[in-house]
Design a protein around this ligand. Structure first.
Ligand SMILES: Nc1ncnc2c1ncn2[C@@H]1O[C@H](COP(=O)(O)OP(=O)(O)OP(=O)(O)O)[C@@H](O)[C@H]1O
Length: 220
């Protein structure tokens, strides 16, 4: 079985806290959309941060595209191909304008200004955000920030998407559009969401994070 993203034996506890992740194992295959569900505080966001190296597991390992991410430089390289949508969009958007925010990733990948701008405009257009490029990022509504944050990931054309509560703050029409967009995307993805109808509409399989472990697989 070939995994685009895999983790094995992941264990984590915050300082002076009981373990939140005890033995997490999974394999995400190309084209899959895996939903990870669980109660508040189950450790879903913590797991996503471990998968991209923002938090270092106490034990276990992460493998991306068959390569073990053993240090920060390996995680830095994988983050060009594995894009994380943060639970809070304000953690993702830090440039003055929307265009600068969405261009930041492609520029960081070494694209020319012209190419980065085109990728950014294409990603904004894909999400129905034409005309948002010169908007001031911090003045956007919560739902608009959510979509701009997603555009900033898509502009990098990653192979894997990790989406932490992607429907937060979206109105029903925008949420429906997001469902269509996600279903049409070719990337493998992990979706963390409490929106069960959204999960049912987009996920190809689902697992529960419970007591620090992922339950056995269940197809949506
Ligand atoms: N920096 C931190 N220091 C200490 N404890 C933390 C820290 N960050 C998170 N936690 C705790 O770790 C647990 C897991 O948090 P996490 O955000 O991963 O849960 P979650 O499953 O994403 O929750 P939710 O569904 O509410 O977003 C929670 O009990 C949380 O309070």
């Amino acid at each position: 079985m070939s995994c685009v993203l895999r983790c094995a034996g992941i264990h984590y506890h915050y300082p002076r806290r009981d373990a939140v992740l005890k033995d997490v194992n999974f394999c995400l295959q190309a084209g899959e959309r895996l939903a990870i569900e669980g109660t508040n505080g189950a450790g879903k966001t913590t797991l996503l941060h471990i998968l991209v190296g923002l938090t270092k597991a106490k034990a276990g390992y992460v493998e991306a595209f068959g390569t073990r991410c053993h240090d920060e430089s390996a995680f830095q390289a994988m983050r060009f191909q594995v894009g994380l949508l943060f639970q809070d969009s304000d953690d993702q958007l830090f440039c003055p304008t929307v265009l600068e925010d969405v261009m930041f990733g492609p520029l960081n990948q070494g694209k020319s200004v012209q190419a980065a701008q085109q990728l950014a405009l294409d990603a904004l257009s894909q999400l129905g955000l034409e005309g948002f490029d010169s908007r001031i990022a911090y003045q956007l509504s919560g739902g608009e920030k959510r979509l701009v944050a997603l555009a900033s990931l898509l502009a990098m054309q990653p192979q894997v998407l990790l989406l932490d509560e992607p429907t937060n703050g979206l109105d029903s029409k925008t949420r429906e559009r997001l469902i269509e967009i996600i279903r049409a995307l070719p990337q493998a993805m992990i979706i963390v969401s409490h929106d069960s109808d959204f999960v049912a509409a987009v996920a190809t399989r689902s697992q529960q994070l419970c007591d620090g472990r992922l339950t056995s697989e269940e197809t949506v």
